[in-house]
Design a binder for this molecule. Structure first.
Ligand code: ADP
Length: 212
């Protein structure tokens, strides 16, 4: 179930439909918005998600996953999330537009709070600063980056270049120009034009990508 089919909720709902197995119920209070996705989701319904009765009529209590994509209307976001928590939906995600909004959603029992603008801003900052092509940050200061190889490792196998000891990062996968990614082994020889996926502490992955 996806509540609020704005830019965030709509992209999410359509992506969920892409595997061809997931059933997606989209709910929005705006009729035009619902019209806009008609035929592209399993069900799309006009309803006010802050009203428990309206949601019960749609049998949403049977959903095992719900996403509240309503953001800019903080009151509607909190009210609908609280209805879902009250119903005991086992997995609830909700989008927050500020730190305090995120805190309240967590306090009322939402399992996963996401801040798309904030998180994307942080991510893009790393891309802008370094030479990496992609960046994912995990908890505890751990990250995974997509980066060109540093000049010093070109022509050497991963064993010879000793990347893990020297730079503190582990090469997880490697991609030759025009080919797909394959898992890296100690024997993998890095060539100019390759793309690496490196994992490690944030500072180490950033420093490593700056050597490229
Ligand atoms: P985005 O920034 O992703 O476009 P918005 O917060 O602007 O997100 O859009 C949220 C969507 O949620 C809108 O389409 C709006 O009609 C819908 N919405 C707002 N309040 C409710 C509500 N009480 N019940 C259902 N949908 C709602």
């Amino acid at each position: 179930m996806v509540i609020g089919l704005g830019r965030f909720g709509k992209s999410l709902a359509l992506e969920l439909m892409r595997d061809g197995h997931t059933e997606v119920l989209g709910i929005d209070s705006n009729e035009d918005v619902v019209q806009g996705v008609s035929g592209r989701l399993t069900h799309a319904v006009v309803a006010d998600a802050t009203k428990e009765d309206a949601l019960r009529q749609l049998s949403v209590q049977e959903s095992d996953r719900a996403v509240v994509g309503v953001g800019s209307d903080v009151e509607a976001s909190i009210l609908s999330a609280s209805v879902l928590v009250e119903m005991g939906i086992p997995n609830i995600w909700a989008k927050a537009i500020s730190h305090s909004h995120a805190r309240i959603l967590t306090q009322i029992g939402v399992h996963h709070v996401i801040r798309p603008e904030h998180d994307m801003g942080v991510r893009v900052a790393h891309l802008v600063r370094g030479r990496m092509m992609d960046y994912i940050e995990f908890d505890d200061g751990f990250a995974m980056v997509k980066t060109p190889p540093p000049h010093e490792v070109v022509g050497l196998s991963l064993r010879e270049s000793n990347i893990r000891q020297k730079h503190g990062v582990t090469i997880v996968a490697i991609k030759q120009r025009g080919k797909g990614f394959t898992y890296a082994t100690a024997e993998t020889v890095v060539e100019a034009g390759d793309t690496l996926i490196a994992s490690g502490l944030i500072e180490d992955t950033e420093r490593f990508s700056e050597l490229a």
